[in-house]
Write a protein that binds this ligand. Structure first.
Ligand code: GLY
Ligand code: MN
Ligand code: MN
Length: 463
C-alpha cells in the first residue's frame, strides 16, 4: 500500500467532484476456478484499490458526502480463517491503513444503502463487470442485473477518470517497476527464441519473471510466430526459421500497476532485408509518436501522424500508392495498421476501461472516429502532464482482410494489391513502449528501453 494520506487525499478529491449522495465501491470476492476453495489468484477491483488500497477480498467502501464519513465494510477473520491462513489483520487495522475510522460488518452494508435509498439519496456506483459483483449490487440496490449499467453514475465515472488519469509520483514509480520487470521478460524472450522450440516454452519462463518480481502478468501474454494476429493467446506452435515472433506482454506489480510492451523479433536471430524494411517503418512510427506526444496535443493527432509514417514507408516499399495524406484521410493505412496507437495505462493495462473508453479516451472535445481502424483508437483526447500511455504502432499482413479489401475494391487507389500478395506469409510487426507525459513532451518509462533497433535486437538474441 501507499502511505495512508494518499488514500485520504484521493477520497477527499473525489468528495470535491461528487457534490452529494453516497458513493459505493465494492471490492472483489475470491473467484473460484472449479470449486470455491480453489481460486484464481486474487485481483482487487482497481477503483477500490485506488481509493482504499486494501488488497483483500470481501470488502466494500462507502463515502457519504453529506455525512462526511468514509466507511469500510467487511468481516473480521474468525478462528477457521486463522487456522487455514494464519493471523490476519483485523478490520480495524485494515481500516487504519486506509485512513478510515468507521468500520462495519459486511452485512451492515445493506442497512446503510437501504436507509439512503429510503431517503431518496443518490447511490453512486461504477459499472460492474464481474458476474458476482453484478449479483451483489443488484441485490443491494434492487436494480435488475441487466439495468445496472444504466444506473451507474456518470458523475462518479467522470470524477474517477479525472483523478486516475493524472498519475501521482508514487504511481509512476510503481509503473516504472512494472516496466523494469517487462524489460526482463522481453529480453529473456529474445534470448530464448530460436527455431525448433514451442512458443509456450518461452511464454512459461517469461511469465515466471513477473511472478519472481512478486507480481503477475498484466494481461494474458500474446506470443506467437503468427504475428499478424493482433491478440493471439495460443502458444502451441513450434518456432520456424524465417518467421517473426511477436511478444506483447507486461508485468503487474504487487500493488497492481501495469506495464505493456511489444517487441517483434526474427526467429532466426537475424532480420531478413524484407523484414527489416517493414520493421524500420514501424520503428520510425513509434519514435515519431514519442517525439511529438506532449501536453495539449490530441493523441488522435499523434495516431494520425504515426499512420502517415506507416503509409509513407509502405509507399516507399511499393505496397501503397498515391498521396499519403489522402490515403490516411481515407483510412487506407488501416489495411496494415487496423488498431489504435495506444491507450491509457495504470492500475489496469487498459486503464479504466471498465468505466468506458468514451469517458477515458475521449471527452466533450473529441469523440471516437467511426472509420475502420481509427475506430479502434482507445485514446484520442488531449494529453495532459502525468498521463501514462502506450505507443504501439504496427504493420500486419492479414490474408483475410487483404482478400476482402481487394474483392470489395476498398481503397484500391491507394493499395498496390499485386505487391501486397508477395507478403501474405510475412506476418506482422508491432513495437510498443510505455510513456509518461511531462511538462513539455513525454518520457519513456523503465530504466532502459527494451532492445528495439536491428542491432540491439540481434545482439540480445545472440547473447
Ligand atoms: N496488450 C494489449 C495491448 O497492447 O493493448
Ligand atoms: Mn500490449
Ligand atoms: Mn497496449
Amino acid at each position: 500500500m501507499f502511505r495512508t494520506d494518499i488514500y485520504i487525499n484521493r477520497r477527499n478529491a473525489l468528495r470535491n467532484l461528487v457534490p452529494s449522495g453516497v458513493i459505493l465501491f465494492l471490492g472483489h470476492a475470491e473467484s473460484p476456478v472449479n470449486y470455491p476453495g480453489n481460486t484464481y489468484r486474487f485481483r482487487q477491483d482497481s477503483n477500490f484499490l485506488y481509493f482504499f488500497g486494501l488488497n483483500l477480498p470481501r470488502l466494500a467502501g462507502v463515502i457519504d458526502i453529506e455525512e462526511e464519513t468514509d466507511c469500510l465494510y467487511g468481516d473480521d477473520p474468525d478462528i477457521e480463517d486463522i487456522i487455514w491462513t494464519g493471523n490476519l489483520p483485523s478490520m480495524e487495522e485494515l481500516a487504519a491503513r486506509a485512513g478510515i475510522s468507521s468500520v462495519w460488518p459486511y452485512r451492515d452494508l445493506r442497512i446503510k444503502l437501504l436507509s439512503a435509498i429510503r431517503k431518496g439519496r443518490k447511490i453512486h456506483f461504477a459499472p460492474p463487470y464481474r458476474g458476482d459483483s453484478k449479483i451483489i449490487l443488484s441485490e443491494l440496490l434492487g436494480i435488475r442485473i441487466g439495468e445496472l449499467d444504466n444506473y451507474a453514475s456518470k458523475k462518479l465515472i467522470r470524477s474517477i477518470v479525472q483523478l486516475r488519469s493524472e498519475k501521482e509520483p508514487c504511481e509512476i514509480e510503481e509503473i516504472e517497476k512494472a516496466c523494469d520487470t517487462g524489460y526482463e521478460m522481453h529480453t529473456l524472450a529474445m534470448r530464448l527464441c530460436k527455431p525448433g522450440i514451442f512458443e509456450y516454452q518461452i511464454t512459461g519462463v517469461m511469465e515466471g519473471i513477473a511472478g519472481a518480481a512478486n507480481g503477475m502478468t498484466s494481461f494474458p501474454s500474446i506470443q506467437s510466430q503468427n504475428s499478424e494476429i493482433l491478440h493471439n493467446h495460443s502458444h502451441n506452435n513450434i518456432l520456424q526459421s524465417g518467421k517473426m515472433l511477436v511478444t506483447d506482454a507486461g508485468a503487474e506489480t504487487y500493488m497492481g500497476y501495469a506495464s505493456d510492451f511489444t517487441r517483434t523479433i526474427p526467429v532466426d536471430g537475424k532480420f531478413t532485408a524484407k523484414q527489416l524494411d517493414i520493421y524500420n517503418i514501424v520503428l520510425a512510427a513509434n519514435n515519431l509518436a514519442q517525439e511529438i506526444a506532449k501536453p495539449g496535443t490530441f493523441y488522435f493527432d499523434v495516431h494520425i501522424a504515426a499512420a502517415k509514417v506507416i503509409a509513407e514507408g509502405l509507399k516507399n516499399v511499393g505496397l501503397m500508392k498515391g498521396d499519403v495524406d489522402d490515403a490516411v484521410q481515407s483510412g487506407a493505412h488501416a489495411l496494415f495498421f487496423p488498431h489504435g496507437l495506444g491507450h491509457m495505462m495504470g492500475l489496469d493495462v487498459h486503464d479504466m476501461e471498465d468505466l468506458g473508453e468514451k469517458y477515458v479516451g475521449y471527452d466533450d472535445e473529441i469523440q471516437r472516429s467511426t472509420q475502420f481502424g481509427t475506430a479502434n483508437l482507445r485514446l484520442g483526447r488531449r494529453l495532459k502532464k502525468n498521463f501514462v500511455l502506450t505507443v504501439e504502432p504496427g504493420i500486419y499482413f492479414i490474408p483475410a482482410l487483404i482478400a476482402k479489401w481487394e474483392t470489395e475494391k476498398i481503397n484500391s487507389s491507394f493499395i498496390n494489391f499485386r505487391k501486397v500478395k508477395e507478403y501474405l506469409d510475412f506476418g506482422g510487426i508491432r513495437l510498443e513502449d510505455n510513456i509518461v507525459v511531462t511538462d513539455e513532451g513525454c518520457r519513456r518509462l523503465g530504466q532502459k528501453r527494451i532492445p528495439i533497433t536491428k542491432e540491439e535486437v540481434e545482439e540480445e538474441m545472440n547473447k
